[in-house]
Design a binder for this molecule. Structure first.
Ligand code: KMT
Ligand code: FE2
Length: 187
């Protein structure tokens, strides 16, 4: 099963709406893979003893794991956190999220700096590469339960855009240049 992703429209309406263009422009897994985004579809009901998840964690060194239940009762400074999640940023490391319940949107910038909206639903595991500009919002269902994975001790620090001199950003752009032979415009 593939994940659903599309280019976003320019409207400033409620961030929890789908923001599809008219007509919709769907984005393939191959296109996302070119941006360095990895994807797996797993059985979310079996996350506690899933051999496939175990293999992914072992092969990629994801030793750390915790669960984030994104609702006002369970998260301190809920509104502020949601605001921060939707502020465009990068990290010095991969961001790995596995959706167990509910749903939400990860937005990532493509090589022409357009927003791609990735709809995370139960069973979707994605890896965003270090240095990719991204943000996250709940959708209109208003609830998501995510597994967070990390290599070693987790670092959640977000560096808000612009970050063109951040080593992770430079490295990400360099990977692009090597892959496509042309530099990604620095924004
Ligand atoms: C709710 S997890 C996704 C938000 C995000 O980009 C982050 O935590 O850095
Ligand atoms: Fe992030």
């Amino acid at each position: 099963m593939a994940i659903e992703a599309w280019f976003m429209d320019e409207s400033s309406e409620d961030q929890r709406l789908p923001h599809q263009t008219n007509p919709p422009e769907h984005v393939s897994m191959e296109y996302l893979a070119d941006l360095g985004v990895l994807y797996w579809n797993l059985n979310p009901k079996n996350f506690e003893n899933d051999e496939e998840l175990k293999k992914i964690r072992e092969s990629r060194g994801y030793s750390y794991m915790d669960l984030l239940d994104l609702c006002p009762e369970k998260v301190e400074n809920y509104e502020q956190k949601l605001k921060n999640f939707y502020t465009e940023h990068i990290h010095g490391d991969e961001e790995i999220r596995y959706c167990l319940e509910g749903s939400g949107y990860f937005d990532v910038r493509d090589k022409n700096d357009r927003w791609i909206r990735i709809w995370m639903k139960p069973g979707d595991l994605i890896v965003l590469p270090a240095g990719i500009y991204h943000r996250f919002t709940l959708d209109t269902s208003n609830y998501v339960k995510l597994m967070r994975l990390f290599v070693g001790e987790p670092v959640w620090t977000a560096y808000n855009r612009p970050q063109e001199n951040h080593p992770a950003r430079k490295e990400y752009l360099k990977n692009f240049t090597e892959k496509f032979g042309v530099p990604l415009e620095a924004h």
